[in-house]
Design a binder for this molecule. Structure first.
Ligand code: FES
Length: 124
C-alpha cells in the first residue's frame, strides 16, 4: 500500500490589505487567527495527516471574506468565524455533509467556464 492521498484540502484565503485600502480582504485584525484556529482544530482531532490546510492568496470573493475553499467538491465557505470553522470540520470534514448555510450564495458561485470554452470566447 502506498502513501494515502489527503481526503480533503482546505484552502484558506490569507490575503490582507494595507491600511486605508478600500477593497475588503480576508485577513484583518479581527480575523488574523482563523488559519491557526483551523490548524489547531484539525490537529486536536487527529486529522492533519488526511486533511491538508493550505494558506492561499485571494480567491476572488473578497466581499464575502473571510473565505475558504474545501476540495474536493469546490465548496466555498464565506464570512468565516471560529465557530463556523468548528462546525465545518465536524459536519463537512468528518460527517462528509457540507454546511449549506455557510456556503457562498449561488449567484456568486455559478457553474465554471471550462478553459476550452474560455479560449473560444476569447477567440484563441
Ligand atoms: S482577499 Fe480573500 S478572497 Fe480576496
Amino acid at each position: 500500500m502506498g502513501i494515502p492521498q489527503p481526503a480533503f484540502y482546505i484552502f484558506k484565503c490569507e490575503q490582507s490589505a494595507p491600511p486605508g485600502m478600500p477593497k475588503p480582504s480576508c485577513v484583518n485584525d479581527n480575523t488574523r487567527d482563523l488559519f491557526q484556529h483551523l490548524g489547531m482544530k484539525l490537529m486536536e482531532k487527529g486529522l492533519i495527516a488526511t486533511v491538508q490546510p493550505i494558506r492561499t492568496g485571494c480567491l476572488n470573493r473578497c466581499q464575502q471574506g473571510p473565505v475558504m475553499l474545501v476540495e474536493p467538491g469546490h465548496h466555498m465557505y464565506v464570512e468565516l468565524t471560529k465557530e463556523k470553522i468548528d462546525r465545518i470540520i465536524d459536519e463537512h470534514i468528518i460527517g462528509e455533509k457540507p454546511v449549506a448555510e455557510y456556503l457562498i450564495a449561488e449567484e456568486f458561485w455559478d457553474v465554471a467556464i471550462t478553459p476550452a470554452k474560455m479560449m473560444k470566447m476569447a477567440g484563441k
